[in-house]
Design a protein around this ligand. Structure first.
Ligand code: FES
Length: 284
């Protein structure tokens, strides 16, 4: 069945499903491609930071823990897969495989990032999983499978999807999103009176990366919370009085210039310039 027939032969409920899923998946790919921080270690939207959060909160966290080592490759794969699934769905290229890919991806995202959302129906990934599953089962059941074969037509169709995915990713790089919070002037972090001696405060730096502020009896100071090993987010452990990375166990001493205490890196956490200005603590 060609593209025109595929649209003509589908009932309206399926057309709506197909348009919504196809467009959403292409948009999701473009959103990642146009995000300057998605493949940049240290950014708050870095795929490695997301994988590290998944490794702690997901029931299949062990898998994500293994993937952190290859965060950039995983990010590129996800981005191209989203473009490919969206384009293949809209253009009727291996539509059953595309629908299965969409289902597998939604299910993984559900388990990864929104498994703990209560009630479950507030997590959009649960709805996408069921939507893709229904669409896949319909295509499978009505025997409209379109296998990717190595004949000339199959090769051309497969190449079309690959070309769209690569072009989409390239387009996202050409038109990057603006980075929220990036500015040259001082940025308010928190009201001075809120942070007492002995307390810490997590915040997002002007560069859009996670950071942590300390107040001791000697004053205030802050560090980037981006691990200098592979970009996971470190957390302050108040019992041990150090900053710990959940990914590969690096430990930093915030009371000694954030130098490395142990772990697979030799680089201290970068310092962030903070000061009090009126009633606020600001990042200079
Ligand atoms: S990312 Fe490996 S120890 Fe932090």
């Amino acid at each position: 069945m060609n593209l025109k027939q595929s649209w003509r032969n589908q009932l309206w409920p399926l057309r709506i499903m197909r348009i919504w899923l196809g467009v959403t998946w292409i948009y999701a790919g473009f959103d990642k491609a146009s995000d300057p921080g998605f493949l940049k270690a240290g950014s708050s939207t870095f795929i490695g930071t997301q994988l590290s959060a998944f490794s702690v909160n997901s029931p299949i966290g062990l898998i994500f823990n293994k993937l952190i080592e290859n965060s950039t490759q995983v990010g590129i794969f996800i981005m191209l897969a989203e473009f490919s699934i969206g384009a293949a769905t809209l253009l009727w290229i291996a539509p059953t495989w595309a629908a299965f890919g969409g289902f597998a991806m939604s299910l993984t995202l559900w388990l990864a990032s929104t498994w703990n959302v209560k009630p479950y129906f507030l997590a959009s990934n649960s709805a996408y999983t069921i939507l893709w599953l229904s669409y896949f089962l319909f295509l499978y059941g009505s025997r409209r499978r379109s296998k990717v074969s190595l004949d000339r037509r199959g090769f051309i169709r497969g190449s079309t999807v690959a070309a769209i995915a690569i072009a989409g990713a390239g387009l996202g790089r050409v038109f990057p999103k603006s980075v929220p919070g990036a500015s040259s002037g001082p940025k308010n972090i928190i009201k001075d009176a809120v942070v007492k001696v002995g307390q810490t405060h997590n915040f997002v730096s002007k560069a859009g990366t996670p950071a942590v502020l300390f107040r001791t009896k000697n004053g205030i100071f802050a560090y980037s919370a981006v691990c200098t090993h592979q970009g996971c987010t470190v957390q302050f452990n108040s019992a041990a009085e150090n900053l710990q990375c959940p990914c590969h166990g690096a430990v930093f001493d915030p009371f000694n210039e954030a130098k490395v205490v142990t772990g697979p890196t030799n680089t201290a956490l970068p310092k962030i310039k903070v000061a009090t200005e009126g009633a606020w603590i600001v990042e200079a």
